[in-house]
Design a protein around this ligand. Sequence first.
Ligand code: F6R
Length: 604
Amino acid sequence: MCGIVGYVGYRNATDVLIEGLRRLEYRGYDSAGVAVKTEEGLKSLKRAGKLKRLEAALLEKPISGSSGIGHTRWATHGPPTDENAHPHLTEDGKLAIIHNGIIENYAELKARLLARGHRFVSDTDTEVLVHLIEEHFQGDLEAAVRQALSEALGAYAIVVLHQDREEIIAARTVSPLVIGLGEGENFVASDVPALLPFTRKVVFLEDGEMAVITPDAVRVSDLRGHPRPLRTTEIEWSLEDAEKGGYPHYMLKEIHEQPWVLENTLGGRLDEANGEVTLDLTLDPTAFDKIHVVAAGTAYYAGWVGKYLIEKLARIPVEADIASEYRYRDPLADERTLFIAVSQSGETIDTLEALREAKRRGASVLGVINVKGSTITREADDTLYIHAGPEIGVASTKAYVAMLAAMTMVAIWLGRARGTLGAEETRQLIGEMRKLPRLAEATLAQQEAIERIAAKYHQASDFLFLGRNLHAPTAYEGALKLKEISYIHAEAYPAGEMKHGPIALIDEHLPVVVVTPKGPWYEKTRSNIQEVKARGGRVIAVATDGDEDVKGDAEEVLYIPEVHPLLSPILAVIPLQILAYEIAVLLGRDVDQPRNLAKSVTVE
Ligand code: F6R
């Protein structure tokens, strides 16, 4: 969380910073600020609220210079005010810092610095770092940053600028940073989209590395000062991939990209003739007795579906865990455990720490990840990229369907190797998987029907989502989407569990979304619909095309095309994404940047 951009080169640094921050605002939008090295020294401007407030302030008071740093904040320590916005500067205004993460021992450092006469103007943990660097600075900025960081505990990505130095210094522990390489200019950012207008040649800083960045060179070392090689990577995403492409919101664009995303995730990996998937993984699928699938939020729901798929197709015990819980429960992971980390960003700290815990216990790690070069991909033994392209909308959509498609392939990979899944059954499944992009396209055609339903229910104060077996996670994901972007309270339950408590919530005011496409769960879920109806609840069903029976029980039906039951979660979530989107739009919510949220959660 928090967006970071730094620049040194021949352009006006402020323009580069603002351009980069626009593409990072999804990482936090509590405040924004820049500090730029001008001919009259460092100048800084920062504003609470969204980036456009800073842009307006910059129009009134332009700042230009050839190097600078910029930040969008997701508040941890201290409310979102102008004072707490980054960059933070020293009292003499010569040194500036931006930071993503948390400095855990900031209180102790602050007490020490106050005693030495430093004056603090914000409530942030970050401000201690700029004073600490000032304390150590004797002309060598790199050395001062290194010394200061040796005293700081916690997670951070920082970029530091000094009025008298022709360089910016970047350093990271845990929180990500990526350097963009140009000609006569160089960049640094917390995420790749900020760099795409300028360069696709990048260097991902490793955990515990720092970089000295000048217009003509980038030098990387570890935090002790030992040189490290510059490992450059070409980014495949285009600028267009990271823009709205005519849609009013990134989220809607990303929902509509799902057919293409499925094509991308599955492309080249389905070998129908031989009834195999080709995943190019080096891990041995027969080397494990159990699997732990660990993730957060939406990715966790994809992991939960993955658990059911793997257990069904590969007959191996799987536990699906919420990442923030995993590491504290003394997990029973060992050398015979495959730990699967599912993550869009590849940076979620809870997932990363769970991965490290599993590794300490000897498990092998497979990452199912979207962002190339992200920290999880570097710490995992193997990575299966989901190839969803950049996901900018804070509410995850296309990454979810890509994760589901990827987890289906992982289940087939395990099942084939372990002899629990035959070639013919796999061929059939693959034949169905090939249809998914087209079927997702057909599902999107429901948009207008869903708009009408959204108009009817958008004033409800609560929603209940129900689904059974593979569709319990679908229900949870539908509820999560709705609450995230519309702020309507939404609860999800496995459909069969409803009668054990939540049934008491049902009355004529409660819309109940029941996910019940055709599959082994169908009849039982239909009975649950009857139970809701009998108590006056208003049922919105998600059902398979041609299912006329469900119409008799439900007030509304959203149809998805017929598909193999194991693949139906990939289609059934799409109407729920659109429903959440349409309701949020009707309520006038900020769909791409819902309150209090940030994409890529890098604090625990
Ligand atoms: C929900 C959402 C979050 C993320 C979660 C994990 O719409 O986006 O719940 O799914 O923060 O993020 P990743 O997948 O980046 O690990």
